[in-house]
Design a protein around this ligand. Structure first.
Ligand code: FAD
Length: 393
């Protein structure tokens, strides 16, 4: 009998794993549960928010990526019942599975900052993390004529930890192009302790912010926005003291956490993520369940690039189970972050679980290069749509 595999989420992780399984095996029945008609390639939003590419370049119809013999359930999963190998959708349907893959992404907690949800998309408050407001980032960036441009980083795990500063470099370049740079203060205000977690790239980026005359303030978490007065309030994560900062442009990276339906499920670890083994992507308690991507507890930097390395490991362990064999494949924590620093330069950061650089090219990648910008703007999106989303990792 065909094994029944259910995949939750049709984003980068869910769709690529589904297509890879479909390509490799005809003896499995695949079901994918995804509520959205559209699939978004989110990494392009950095370029959309800087007016470099139109939003439409980041969107495709989900149905165009679903083979005819795969069942697409256009609904949300509401509950997991791993003891009975079942899940229940919001529409009330119950699904049974032999194997389950959870790839439901990360939740954006807009309501955890007072005044953020109400002001997003107006009063100079923008975010590349919101598909509905990413065009507004460009509007604000290109129309500001002076004052203060602030870029925040929250005190939670986030997807693409480089994105909060990529938008800042592109804004700073825009202010120079618009001949208003000397009238705008550019400031990065982060709840973290440094500009980037990985030592090799941090050293480069610390010099870059100095060179570009960008101010930095660490250990300060955004807690409140007054859109009318254009005041953002930050809390010192050490002392609890509050600090008010005036702004004309405020790019917010919202707090994020595991999706609510996962947090309250038996699949979650204490922090709310799907509790999987960091090397095999297999659930630590339910051996027929796997998870990759932003929803998983894998302690890597949450990126689509990481999924490109997690996917083959997950598939090899799942298929080995079906064949009653063993897989020795291990995920080493690889993640990558193309740090766009202007409309013609990019630093390609690549690293593993231990923070060691895991670079692809035979040159020092902690350097701004035009070739890496072309990779980010043209080559990686091409690979994403034509290879990864068609089952080739
Ligand atoms: P997603 O791709 O977010 O997909 C999750 C899917 O689950 C969605 O389709 C959603 O509809 C679905 N879902 C949610 N709830 C349910 C439910 N209850 N039931 C069923 N389905 C559900 N990564 C890079 O590698 N490089 C970059 O340069 C980069 N830049 C970025 C810039 C920005 C501005 C942003 C926002 C992200 C960036 N990323 C980048 C991160 C990357 O997009 C994510 O890490 C990646 O998409 C995660 O894939 P995922 O499958 O875990 O989640």
């Amino acid at each position: 009998m065909k094994k029944n595999i259910v995949i939750v989420g049709g984003g980068t992780g869910g769709l690529s794993v589904m297509r890879n399984l479909h390509r490799k095996r005809k003896d499995v029945q695949l079901t994918i549960v995804e509520p959205s008609e559209k699939h978004y390639y989110q990494p392009l939003w950095t370029l959309v928010g800087a007016g470099i590419l139109p939003f439409e370049k980041s969107v495709r119809n989900f149905k165009d990526y679903i083979p005819s013999d795969v069942r697409w359930v256009k609904d949300k999963v509401a509950q997991f019942q791993p003891e009975s190998n079942q899940l229940i959708s919001e529409g009330g349907e119950t699904f049974s599975y032999d194997y389950l893959v959870v790839a439901a992404g990360i939740q954006l907690d807009w309501n955890k900052v007072e005044g953020l949800a109400e002001n997003l998309g107006k009063n100079g408050v923008c975010s590349n993390y919101s598909k509905d407001h990413v065009n507004y980032t460009w509007e604000v960036m290109n129309h500001i004529r002076g004052g203060r441009a602030l870029f925040t980083f929250p005190n939670t795990p986030i997807k693409c930890a480089g994105a909060p500063q990529k938008v800042m470099y592109l804004a700073e370049e825009t202010f120079r192009n618009n001949k208003i740079r000397e009238r705008v203060e550019v400031k990065f205000i982060s709840a973290g302790t440094s500009i980037f977690g990985i030592a090799k790239y941090r050293a480069f980026l610390e010099k870059l912010v100095l060179k570009r005359n960008i101010n930095t303030l660490f250990q300060h978490n955004l807690i409140k926005i007054d859109g009318v007065k254009k005041i953002a309030t930050f809390k010192n994560v050490e002392t609890g003291a509050e600090l008010e900062e005036a702004f004309d442009m405020l790019h917010v990276t919202p707090p994020m956490s595991a999706p609510e339906f996962i947090k309250k499920s038996p699949l979650a670890n204490d922090a709310g993520w799907v509790d999987v083994d960091r090397f095999t992507t297999r659930h630590n308690r339910f051996s027929n369940i796997f998870s990759i991507g932003d929803a998983s507890s894998l302690p890597n930097s949450k990126t689509g690039a990481a999924i490109r390395k997690q996917g083959p490991v997950l598939v090899s362990h799942l298929l080995a189970d079906i064949d009653q064999k063993k897989s020795n494949q291990k995920y080493d924590g690889y993640a990558s972050c193309p740090l766009v620093t202007s409309r013609s330069t990019c630093v390609l950061a690549e690293f593993d679980y231990d923070g060691n650089p895991a670079e692809t090219f035979p040159f020092n990648q902690a350097k701004e290069r035009y070739s890496m910008y072309l990779l980010k703007k043209i080559f990686i999106p091409f690979m994403y749509w034509n290879l990864m989303m068609r089952g080739y990792f």
